[in-house]
Ligand binder design. Structure first.
Ligand code: AMP
Length: 444
C-alpha cells in the first residue's frame, strides 16, 4: 500500500486536476483552497486509485471523495451523452450524515445536474422508491434501509455501481450493520473503485479494507488518536449526586458559548434538556430515539443559534456537520475511549480554540483512566470552588425534580410514538416560562 503524507505548497483545486465545472462549484460554496485531505486524496482518486482515508468530519473528507466521483460521472456523461444512473453508492452509519453527504454532492454537482437519492430509515419507503424510479446518479444510504430496498423495491439493483464509498467505516462495522454490509457488498460489482474513510483504524476496518480495496493509497489527515493543540481539555472529579450542579455551574461560566453536552442515554438527553431549560438555558436534546424530522429540526435550531446548548448521545457525536462549538462537556464519561476523541473533536476545529470538560464521578474513574491512556496525557483539573458550585444546588435540585416528574408524565406516551424529546421540552418550557424568564436574577 502506498503511503501519502502530503506536504509541500498548497495547490488549488484546478492544480489538483479538478475540472472547471467543479472548481466553479467549489468556488460558489466558498471553498477557496482544498483542505489537506482533499489535496492528498484527489490526485490519486483522479488516477483511478482506491483510497483509504483516516479523517474525521470537519476535515473536508466529503469533498475528497465527492469531487473525484463527480468528475468521473462528468467524463462518463461526455462519452455516453447521458450521465449513467446508479453510478456511485455512499454508505453512511447515520441518517444525518447521509443527508449531509447528499447535499454536498448536489451542491458540488449542481453544474453537471447531478441527482442524488438518500435512502435512510425513518422516511417513507414508497417515497424513496419513487426517487429511485427517477434513476439518480448517486445513492447515499444507511445499510439497513438500502438492504430493504434491494429486497423490496422492484427493478432496483446496484449492478451498475462504479464507485463505493464506505464513510465512517469504523461505525459501519458495528454489529447492527454487519449483516447488511455483507449483503450490500455481494450486490455490487467487484469491478469498481472503493473509497474507505474512517476516523479510527480498528482491526475490523483493516479486515474490511483487505476484503474490499485493491492496492489503495492511504491518506491521513491527522494522526490516529491525537487531539488538537488548540483544544483545552480538563476534567473534574465530582460526586455523582452533584454532577448536575457542576454542569449548571459550567453552563453559567460559559454562558453565551455554544456547547455540546454528551450523555450516555437518550433519556438523559431529554432530562438534562428539560432541567437546563427550566433554569433558563437554551438547551435542546438530540438522540437516536427522536424521529428523523425532530433530529434535523433540533440540529437546525442549534446551527441557527436559536439554541446554544445541544444535549446529545454518541449517535450525535459523529458525522454531524456542526460548524463551531466552543465547549464540549462530557456529562457522562464514555465507556469506549475512542468515543472521547470523537466527542471532543466537535470543538477546536479548523484552528479555532475550544474547551472540553469531563465530569467524572466515583463510578466512572476506570473509563476516565482509559481515556488518559489513549490520549497519552494527564489532563489538568477544571478549576472551581466547590462552595460556589453548590450555591446552585437548591435551584438545580428543584429543576431536576420537576423534569423527572415531567418525564414520568410523558414517558409512556412518548415511547409509544418513538420518543421525541424536543416537543416535550418545548411544552414544558412554555409552562415554565416564568421560571426561565427569571434566569438572570436566579443565576447571579
Ligand atoms: P466534511 O469533513 O466533509 O464533513 O466537511 C466539513 C465542512 O467543511 C463542511 O461544511 C464543508 O462544506 C466544509 N469544507 C469542505 N471542504 C472545504 C474547503 N476546501 N474549503 C472550505 N470549506 C470546506
Amino acid at each position: 500500500m502506498e503511503e501519502e503524507r502530503g506536504g509541500g505548497e498548497v495547490k488549488s483545486f484546478k492544480e489538483l486536476g479538478v475540472i472547471e465545472e467543479l472548481v466553479e462549484a467549489c468556488d460558489s460554496l466558498g471553498w477557496k483552497n482544498p483542505s489537506k485531505i482533499q489535496a492528498d486524496a484527489i490526485p490519486h482518486a483522479l488516477q483511478g486509485k482506491d483510497l483509504i482515508g483516516l479523517a474525521q468530519t470537519g476535515s473536508g473528507k466529503t469533498g475528497a471523495f465527492a469531487l473525484p466521483i463527480l468528475q468521473s460521472l462528468w467524463e462518463a456523461q461526455l462519452q455516453d451523452r447521458a450521465a449513467p444512473a446508479f453510478f456511485a453508492l455512499v454508505l453512511s452509519p447515520t441518517r444525518e450524515l447521509a443527508i449531509q453527504i447528499s447535499e454536498q454532492f448536489e451542491a458540488l454537482g449542481s453544474r453537471i445536474r447531478v441527482k442524488s437519492a438518500v435512502l435512510v430509515g425513518g422516511v417513507d419507503m414508497v417515497q424513496q422508491s419513487i426517487l429511485l424510479g427517477k434513476r439518480p446518479h448517486i445513492i447515499v444510504a444507511t445499510p439497513g434501509r438500502l438492504v430493504d430496498h434491494l429486497s423490496n423495491t422492484k427493478g432496483f439493483s446496484l449492478r451498475s455501481i462504479k464507485y463505493l464509498v464506505l464513510d465512517e467505516a469504523d461505525r459501519l462495522l458495528n454489529e447492527d450493520f454487519e449483516k447488511s454490509l455483507d449483503d450490500i457488498l455481494n450486490a455490487i460489482p467487484r469491478e469498481r473503485r472503493t473509497y474507505l474513510f474512517s476516523a479510527t483504524m480498528t482491526k475490523k476496518v483493516q479486515k474490511l479494507q483487505r476484503a474490499c480495496l485493491r492496492n489503495p493509497v492511504k491518506i491521513e489527515s491527522a494522526s490516529k488518536y491525537s487531539t488538537v493543540d488548540t483544544l483545552k481539555q480538563q476534567f473534574r472529579f465530582v460526586p455523582a449526586k452533584h454532577k448536575d450542579c457542576y454542569l449548571v455551574y459550567i453552563m453559567n461560566e460559559k454562558s453565551g458559548s455554544t456547547s455540546m453536552v454528551f450523555t450516555r442515554t437518550c433519556e438523559a438527553t431529554r432530562l438534562l434538556a428539560l432541567m437546563l431549560r427550566n433554569l433558563g438555558y437554551r438547551a435542546i436534546p438530540i438522540s437516536g430515539q427522536m424521529s428523523q424530522d425532530k433530529r434535523l429540526g433540533a440540529l437546525t435550531r442549534f446551527k441557527s443559534g436559536e439554541c446554544n446548548i445541544l444535549i446529545c448521545t454518541d449517535v450525535a457525536s459523529r458525522g454531524l456537520d456542526i460548524p463551531s462549538v466552543d465547549v464540549v462537556i462530557n456529562y457522562d464519561i464514555p465507556t469506549n475511549s475512542k468515543d472521547y476523541i470523537h466527542r471532543v473533536g466537535r470543538t477546536a476545529r479548523a484552528g479555532r480554540s475550544g474547551v472540553a470538560i469531563s465530569l467524572v464521578n466515583q463510578y466512572e474513574l476506570e473509563w476516565y483512566i482509559q481515556i488518559e491512556k489513549l490520549i497519552g496525557k494527564k489532563l489538568p483539573e477544571f478549576p472551581a470552588q466547590e462552595e460556589e458550585v453548590l450555591l446552585f444546588l437548591e435551584r438545580v435540585s428543584e429543576a431536576k425534580r420537576l423534569s423527572v416528574m415531567k418525564m414520568k408524565e410523558t414517558g409512556g406516551h412518548k415511547r409509544k410514538r418513538g420518543g421525541d424529546g424536543e416537543e416535550e421540552v418545548e411544552k414544558f418550557h412554555g409552562k415554565n416560562k416564568k421560571l426561565s424568564n427569571n434566569k438572570s436574577s436566579r443565576r447571579r
